[in-house]
Design a protein around this ligand. Sequence first.
Ligand code: FPP
Length: 231
Amino acid sequence: MIPPHIGIIMDGNGRWAKGRGLARSAGHLEGLNAAKRIVKAASDLGVRYLTLYTFSTENWKRAAEEVAFIFDLVKQYLCGELAFYRENGIRIRHAGDFSGLPPDVKQELEDAIAETAGFTGMQVILALNYGGRDEIVRAANRALAADQAGDGRPFSEAIFEAHLDNPDVPPPDLIIRTAGEFRTSNFMLWQGAYAELYVSPKFWPDWDKPDLMAAIENYSSRERKFGGVSE
Ligand code: FPP
């Protein structure tokens, strides 16, 4: 069974480059190529939503040149792939704190979102300036603001969820992390509560369609009980 929503923590770009005696930027560049391969593969396999953890709220701690390089790649990806999005019906969306993004990235992101808004194929959600805790705090503030005229009753999960970044997107069924780390690193903390986790030892730049298919096959063998018991 193809999981309707896959989230990917794309890790290992730096180690991939280091192992080849290259600069970290070379790893990110190959990481972008891997992202393009996996977006196409996921779309061809019938995945409905693909969330890519591209830049976290913690990634600002990296050297300014590395941050600038990653944002340049993001812009390149957003504006250079429109023909591909059109051909494959791919809709681009964003998760994360939009207000904290560099102005030029905001512009490219807004353009790509608007240009692909009507496409009905797979949705690619770029988690950019994204942190799970940050999303929860922003959602809590939006829920509070929306309740200004309300009765002050405690929020239910359903009311709270309606204030997350993309409330219409179902929670991820499968979260993949590459490069062998067994951590979720602040990725989709709320939505990932019942996601199946899959860790691949391969560095992200080495990922290709067979790796995605192996992850999906492994997912298919799992029994999802959502806190209940087997039938
Ligand atoms: C993790 O590797 C990767 C990132 C923090 C950047 C992700 C960016 C890309 C894959 C390129 C752009 C992609 C899109 C979809 C526009 P790391 O640097 O943490 O690797 P390390 O742990 O080995 O140092």
